[in-house]
Design a protein around this ligand. Sequence first.
Ligand code: IPM
Ligand code: MN
Length: 361
Amino acid sequence: MARYRIATIEGDGIGPEVTRAATAVLTEACGADTLAFDGLEGGAGHYRRSGEVLPDETFAGCRDADAILHGAAGLPGVVYPDGTEVGNDLHLRLRFRLDLYANVRPIKLLPGVLSPLRAFEGGGIDYVIVRENTEGLYASRGAGVLLRDEIASDSLVVTRKGTERVARFAFDLAARRSGAPRDGQRRVTVCDKANILRSYAFFRRICDEVHAGYPGIAIDYAYADAITVHMLKRPDFYDVIVAENMFGDIISDLGAATVGGMGISPSGEIGDTHALFQGAHGSAPDIAGQNAASPIATILSGAMMLRWLGDRKHDADLARAADRVEAAVATTLRDGRAVPRDLGGAATCTEVTDAVRRALA
Ligand code: IPM
Ligand code: MN
């Protein structure tokens, strides 16, 4: 009987391929009796067949599991009458119903991966974006105003509780890291538009209040427009960035692009009792079923899952397995043993997965 049950939603497009790659690597790293992957239905394809994007039994399976691993969701043309995409609703519903308030997006340039930022080809980009994941502009999803085909509006919601807990998460994360590559300073950068909107000035004020409890960590501020320039000109200055939901969604893709793209970027959507792990990419239906997708983002998300689960369950074996998975990915990319297409190579999903599994050994 496996020690931990992982709710596993392969989803749409490349989701099944990258999920199976990750479960193979995680099983190799942890041993066969550690993780049981409980396959659950959900996503746009399932909605097209059944009318449900997140079936009750899938939600129950996620609620009762030790962690959730997700491939990707979304298919072009599968939309609700209001025009919003069905597939996205799968994990938006999980985010809100399981209260996964911290969307953790590591932005790290791995050895052997070329950054489009020439000044950082040799490395030096290593920060984490902590995106508030349960309110902000997303609080209005499904609740916006659409009147007489004439006016539409969505409200931005910032709460004290929502901001306090995501800011505390960011400062706690910075306390566990070793600081920004540029100067070794433990730092949390608050990304907002406090100069313009009261909601963001409120967000910043709450972050300042939380910072008062972390004297050893510097606080820094960057407006959402300005930070896009800094992320390209001085990414090594950043350690942890905390942002409202929509800003976090936008800057995390920009950050991913500076370290190899969405195919290499993992994510962990973490609450106090549950967490969902998935690559930051989408379902890429154009390359689905061709064994062409890079499994790296989902494999690294699996490593994040092991680390989170190991921390919660005080299971050092899981943390060690996470280290081994991350080291195996780094070795595979550094030595060019199997370079996925999105990083300029020609390796298939299977070839990358097998190379990582060999590097584990
Ligand atoms: C992300 C994605 C999602 C978001 C979509 C797929 C719902 O872009 O996780 O960054 O908008 O948050
Ligand atoms: Mn996004």
